[in-house]
Design a protein around this ligand. Structure first.
Ligand code: FES
Ligand code: FES
Length: 150
């Protein structure tokens, strides 16, 4: 069956199976900034913005996303660049595998919370796992980005 998605501003038609998940649809069509980091919907690496809400692409059937608007990091290049600067300044960059999903979650956090407390930031980001860091440098980088100390 065919579905239509508006990805980073461009409408694209995909042929999908009824039981296919959105993560596979995206990655099978060279949208590989969306990462697969687990088999149990537990890592957050596949986070995308679906109709401006953060969603795990590995948990959503592609057919359920038909006619939706999707943003990946390529669709938020300006904010992602600022996040990268903040991560660099705080020494929060390691292998980078978790970064795309984390960046989209950070953008969603900024859009939904005006001045988040430390606890709100930690709570919001709890589903985005990083296998390399101890999270402290990333936490400082998120605060730096939100406070626009770039
Ligand atoms: S791939 Fe791990 S939560 Fe989706
Ligand atoms: S930097 Fe390696 S998984 Fe997060």
């Amino acid at each position: 069956m065919n579905i239509r998605l508006r990805i980073n501003g461009k409408w694209i038609t995909f042929t999908v199976k009824p039981d296919e998940f959105l993560l596979d649809t995206l990655r099978n069509n060279q949208i590989i900034s969306v990462k697969k980091g687990c088999d149990g919907s537990t890592c957050g690496s596949c986070t995308i913005l679906l109709n401006n809400q953060p969603v795990l692409a590995c948990s959503l059937l592609s057919v359920r996303a038909d006619e939706s608007t999707i943003l990946t990091v390529e669709g938020h290049a300006e904010e992602v660049e600022k996040i990268a600067v903040a991560f660099g300044k705080e020494g929060a960059d390691q292998c980078g595998f978790c970064n795309p999903g984390m960046a989209l979650m950070i953008i969603a956090l900024k859009q939904s919370h005006k001045n988040p407390t430390d606890d709100e930031i930690k709570h919001y980001m709890v589903g985005n796992l990083c296998r390399c860091s101890g999270y402290q440098a990333q936490f400082k980088a998120i605060k730096r980005y939100l406070e626009e100390r770039l």
